[in-house]
Design a protein around this ligand. Structure first.
Ligand code: AMP
Length: 210
């Protein structure tokens, strides 16, 4: 099973990927999470990625493609995977094709720009395990603490008002063309992102079972 989650920032790709992991028992590969870990560890690729991520720009295709190629060669990917956040540009989609990746389904989680801005301003992430919350829609039980591991919840450095505007522009200009790319391949399904995480998951599972 190979799945791709497409959608604007804060559409819920990471959150829904967690649900898909439970259902299909395959790993989720999030390029954003890989970059955040590399930035934390201050590796050369992390330092380079930071220059782009902090500005709301995309990390260059060659760097991103190389990282994904390496990750997908690992053992846990042999029965399939869920890609969250890659491909995000047409050259990346072409590279995925060239790697022989054929997605069973490409799932577009559709969320309007105003909703993206609202979601990002309330998004909090666990600094330890990466679990994602929203102060109104999906709050943790204890304020500022992760339900899963007790880690401290933080706001991502790139979740600022200014950066969100740029990330939305980048999404519309560079990532949205992928919708047509995959629609033409015939494997695109669209799920409208709901306020309640569970409702989106329900619609997602229905779309995958069709
Ligand atoms: P995300 O966690 O998916 O929102 O990604 C956070 C940031 O990482 C993005 O705003 C980009 O700067 C960078 N990033 C993640 N995935 C990619 C990708 N496939 N290509 C280029 N940059 C990416």
């Amino acid at each position: 099973m190979k799945l791709l989650l497409l959608g604007p920032p804060a559409a819920g790709k990471g959150t829904q990927a967690e649900k898909l992991v439970e259902r299909y028992r395959i790993p989720t590969i999030s390029t954003g999470a890989i970059f955040r870990k590399a930035m934390e560890q201050m590796t050369p690729s992390g330092k380079l990625a930071k220059e782009y991520i902090d500005k709301g720009q995309l990390v260059p295709d060659d760097v991103t493609i190389a990282i994904v190629r390496e990750r997908l060669a690992e053992d846990d990917c042999k029965n399939g995977y869920i890609l969250d956040g890659f491909p995000r540009t047409l050259p990346q989609a072409q590279a995925a094709d060239d790697m022989g990746i054929q997605f069973d389904k490409v799932i577009l989680i559709d969320v309007a720009d105003e909703e993206v801005v609202r979601r990002i301003s309330g998004r909090r992430q666990c600094g330890e395990c990466g679990a994602v919350y929203h102060i109104d829609d999906n709050p943790s039980e204890k304020v500022s603490l992760c339900d899963k591991c007790g880690g401290t919840l933080v706001t991502r450095d790139d979740d600022t008002e200014e950066t969100v505007k740029i990330r939305l522009e980048v999404y519309h200009s560079q990532t949205e063309p992928l919708i047509r790319f995959y629609r033409e391949k015939g494997n695109l399904v669209t799920v409208k992102g709901q306020k309640e995480v569970e409702h989106t998951t329900e619609m997602l599972f229905q779309a995958l079972d069709k």
